[in-house]
Ligand binder design. Sequence first.
Ligand code: NAD
Ligand code: DAU
Length: 336
Amino acid sequence: MKILITGGAGFIGSNFIHYVIQKYPDYEIINLDKLTYAGNLENLKEIENNPNYHFIKGDICDRKLVTSIVENFKIQVIINFAAESHVDRSIMGADVFIQTNVVGTQTLLEVAREKKIEKFVQISTDEVYGSLDANGKFKEDTPLHPNSPYSASKASADLLALAYHHTFGTPVIITRCSNNYGPYQFPEKLIPLMIINALNNKPLPIYGDGRNIRDWIFVKDHCEAILTVLENGKIGEIYNIGAENEKTNIEIVKLILKELNKDESLITFVKDRPGHDKRYAIDANKIKTQLGWKPKHTFETALKATINWYLENKSWWNKIISGEYLKYYKKWYGER
Ligand code: NAD
Ligand code: DAU
């Protein structure tokens, strides 16, 4: 199998590449990544010399480049992880989200159509469904109601992918997963940000009252679900992915502090994220009953493993938390 993975130098993409290379050493993986602030080739250092792995620096919006990769490597499958992925950054400026998440996905779909790709997996998110009150869960047929520029751009990409399937027969499958955590997550996201701030004895900024709820899944379970969908998913279908693990943000932060033996006085309530979605919860029954996938990790053990990973990989995140990150951090949190 020859797979084009876009955005493979990011958090989930790099975890997915490690997972597939280990499971199927004979698969050929081509990783196309623009190396934005979120892309990091260190995530893939262990496999950079593997003869079945190829990295190409480039933009998914570059149709000529994508076409030449698909032709030269005889690509059969595209899995599109590439995206601007952080809600707060989409509030600070949405342009690049529309460019990469919408125009970039459409560019890949065009190439997939023209070159008759066998499968196109669009990695989407539960955020396209919007926000829940105390009850209910997102199902695959829950109407789309994205609330941030990020989620609106991801919903647009989903609609384009479905339209390409409907109109041209492009063999699209969409996955919509809940909040991931695990190794290599960029420290702008809740869990790594709180671990690193706690380790540096810096304030832990909680938006609003900290009672917003997210439904957490370990990244390796997400990767396994994506591979299941690639192998057994039905063309034209959407699959929700989640691990039935709802937690308030304040619960998560307290667990991290406890695990690191740090004082709760580090918690600082700050001005809320504008348009902050209250609750996400995924109904993953379709993938469980139809494709036989289920998560293997419990939150308690996988959160501990994640915290240990950040403890053991200080040099990885120490390099990140200067430069662009520092500018972003000062601007966003300075305003809160
Ligand atoms: P990330 O921000 O860590 O990584 C994104 C990667 O895409 C980076 O390597 C970046 O360099 C690359 N990229 C950005 N723009 C590009 C472009 N124009 N061309 C080529 N490469 C480009 O994101 P992530 O958290 O790994 O998320 C991956 C995908 O999964 C995204 O599509 C996201 O919407 C989706 N998702 C994420 C989560 C989560 O909790 N992180 C949950 C559900 C779905
Ligand atoms: O649900 C899937 C989505 O999860 C993905 O599509 C996105 O790519 C990913 O970034 C994530 O979005 P969230 O906005 O839910 O994740 P984030 O880590 O930014 O925030 C999680 C919760 O924590 C949210 O309620 C906001 C809150 N938060 C976040 C940060 C960064 C804080 O209270 N303080 C913070 O400093």
